[in-house]
Structure formats: structure tokens, C-alpha cells
Design a protein around this ligand. Sequence first.
Ligand code: CTP
Length: 236
Amino acid sequence: ADVEDIFYHCAKVLLRESFWNDKDVIITGGGTIEKIDDVRCLTNFSSGKQASALALAYFLKGARVCLITSGESPATKAIECLHVKSTDELLKELLNKISTIDATSNGAYLVMAAAVSDYLPSIQHKGKLKKEALGENYTLELKQNIDVLSSIPRSKTLKIIGFKAEMDAEKAHEHAKAMLIKKALDAVCLNIITEENGFGSDKNRIDFITKEKTISLPLSNKESIARTIVELSAPL
Ligand code: CTP
């Protein structure tokens, strides 16, 4: 085995907690990639670092973890990782994973950190669009994307945590609380984006919001934020 894998296995033995034993945790991460044609795409700046840090934090506590991501892979091969690009691929892998864990699980969590595109091209062109054919101005028509979180079948044993990235600090909490209700979530991790914790940064600042309370996690590295989210998600 690789040195990293031996290290993380030993760390897991030292850090695991009985609560997470036989619990399944699915984490999604990274930005979705939607094709415009066979060489161009529509995506966003999400790196998948927070999702990868979450995968490791849940793994070290003893959970069975599956990371579904278009971004950064987990730190150890002991964590199952499914690489996806488009929303369709993400949804397919997610539904498949949920269907396999339902029967045997001692409780499951879905942490939806992926930055799923709200819109995608109405038409995916085959081959490469040529500017001779498109002309001086080219308008790309978009349609609203399917909402992955709203497409997940709800069950009492599956706890769901959504992520919300906001730039308007004044309205951020109101929007996050509205999403908690609208998408029937157990918690929302609100990330108010500033220069210090923008997309791709190694740091993050999160407000962990449930129906009952809001807990603010100060600016910190993504590994430390991940460990706190694991602790806060246990009693959901
Ligand atoms: N999400 C999803 N499917 C989508 C879009 C988002 O499942 N098509 C999930 C994300 O993974 C995240 C949460 O929903 O957990 C974000 O919700 P959303 O309402 O899309 O937040 P914003 O994109 O910030 O909303 P808006 O663009 O309206 O500000």
C-alpha cells in the first residue's frame, strides 16, 4: 500500500467514533461541466476542495464515504471516488449510490457541496461550432437545469445537507433559510463569498444553519471546517 493510505488507515483507527460506524456518507463536489459543443463547456470556479476535505473528515470518523466530484480527488484511495462532469452524470451516480445503501445502512448522509449549474445550453452541438457559421454575434440559449437536491427521494434515514454560496451578505441568511425549507433539507452550509474565501481558496467561512439554530464557523482552512461540519451533522 502507498504510505498515504497506510497513514490514513492508522489515523482512522485512532480517530474513529462508534456513532459513524456503518453510516454511509455521500458527498458531492466541484462544479458541473455542461457541453456547448464537443470542445467547449459551461462551468464555474468551484474546486471541489471543501468536498474532498469533508470526505476525509467523515472517513477518519469511521463512516463509509463515497465522493462524487468533478474536482479534487480525496486524500486516500481508501475513500471511494466517482468522477463526473455533467449534472446528468452526477444525478445518475448519486441515485445509483443512494439505491445501493438504503437497505443495509445504519443511517446515511448526503452532503451536497457540488456547485451545480443553474442553467445549461438548450442544445448540445455535435462537433465544433465554427465562427463562420455563427457570425459576428452569437447568442447562446440556456435552459434551467434539473435540481439535483429536489430529485433525491426522501427517506427518514437519509439526512441531507445543502450548500449555499452567496455574495450579498445582507440577504444571505434569508436566502439560506428559504432554501432549507424549499428543498426540505436538514441543514444548510452558507458560504458568504469574500476575497478571503472565494472559489478555489484553501480557506472557508461557513454558517451551519438548521431550523433551530445558526452556528458560525470562523474563517479557517477547509480541513478544519470539514471536521466541524462532521461534528455538527451527527445530531441532525
Ligand atoms: N443544487 C442542486 N441542483 C441544482 C442547483 C443546485 O442540487 N440544479 C444544490 C447545490 O448542490 C447546493 C444547493 O442546491 O447544495 C444550492 O442551491 P441553489 O438554490 O441553487 O443556490 P444558488 O445556486 O446559490 O441559488 P441562486 O443561484 O438562486 O442564488
